[in-house]
Design a protein around this ligand. Structure first.
Ligand SMILES: Nc1ncnc2c1ncn2[C@@H]1O[C@H](COP(=O)(O)OP(=O)(O)OP(=O)(O)O)[C@@H](O)[C@H]1O
Ligand SMILES: [Mg+2]
Length: 284
């Protein structure tokens, strides 16, 4: 995989076409065009053995914007998310071609340190997965492992829990087990854990799908806050949620990115009839 990436054999005509179309779509929105590019996927293909899960996906993720990824089950949303911080490398018998840039540098470049990439591009999963330790130690875990010394740990923990809108609920029980928190609190703790290592991009795979409506609202409010500082990519099955919280939306179908652009455009005036069929509930 790295040999293919290093040789740059993916820079084919299709990729150029896809990329120029993508730029045309993204530049269409003024707000979109004014934000600088944080990450970019170029002609990305991903295989699980013989399953071709991502087919020539190109996407531009802009700074301080929330991008939502939608599409029917099995269309490659989680796979795509994992290619953005090299989590896919943890799965055996997989192969990737194409390029993923972070601040214009390939994250799959041999010289890149995968731990540093995952610190800069954090991930929140569908099911909250706190470690079986205290609330404090959950949040302090990343800074300890990465030996971050800039800020005293209690300060990092408080800042992260405040940013994740959880501080007031847990400040008197920081030394108790994180497993004693409710599902919604656990998910905000997982967000605090990601924030503690000062990421630049936050990937979220259906972060609210296991939560009740009140917790979901809290997560959505939190996303709006975080948007001021981070680049956020969120997978959601909830089209209303995508419309409510995202600036850009991408629609995936059987491994292809059918359409990507400003959310309002995609929902109001999709360019592709397959997108229209999906958002009007004709399939999926
Ligand atoms: N670990 C894996 N091993 C083999 N195949 C996989 C693996 N993970 C995903 N796939 C396959 O890759 C394709 C894309 O899956 P992916 O999980 O990315 O879809 P998704 O859009 O996230 O779906 P959902 O909405 O159900 O979460 C599917 O065909 C899936 O079966
Ligand atoms: Mg998924």
């Amino acid at each position: 995989m790295q040999g293919e990436l290093a040789s740059g054999r993916m820079a084919g005509t299709n990729s150029k076409l896809a990329t120029s179309r993508l730029h045309e779509m993204v530049h269409a929105g003024d707000a979109a065009a004014s934000a600088s590019v944080k990450m970019e996927a170029q002609d990305l293909n991903f295989y699980y053995g013989s399953t071709h899960a991502l087919k020539g996906v190109s996407m531009v993720l802009r700074e301080r914007r929330i991008s939502a990824l939608i599409g029917p089950s099995g269309c490659g949303k989680s796979t795509f998310l994992r290619t953005l911080n090299r989590m896919n490398e943890l799965i055996a018998s997989t192969r990737l071609t194409g390029t993923v840039l972070l601040d214009n540098h390939s994250i799959y470049d041999r010289a890149q340190d995968v731990v540093a990439i995952r610190q800069r591009v954090g991930m929140v999963f569908q099911r909250p997965n706190p470690f079986p330790m205290s609330i404090f130690n959950n949040v302090a875990y990343g800074p300890r492992v990465l030996r971050m010394k800039k800020e005293p740990l209690p300060q990092v923990v408080e800042r992260s829990l405040r940013q994740a809108a959880l501080w007031d609920e847990v400040k008197d029980r920081l030394q108790t087990s994180a497993l004693g928190l409710s599902g919604g609190q656990q998910q905000r703790l997982c967000i605090a854990r990601v924030l503690a290592v000062e990421p630049e991009v936050i990937l979220m795979d259906e972060p609210a799908s296991a939560l009740d409506p009140i917790s979901t609202t809290k997560i959505e409010d939190l996303l709006r806050e975080l948007r001021n500082r981070y680049t956020i990519v969120i997978v959601t099955h909830n089209l209303q949620q995508a419309a409510r919280i995202s600036d850009d939306t991408g629609f995936f179908l059987t491994g292809e990115l059918v359409e990507f652009g400003p959310t309002e455009w995609l929902f109001v005036k999709p360019r592709d009839s397959r997108t229209e069929d999906y958002i009007t509930g004709r399939f999926g």
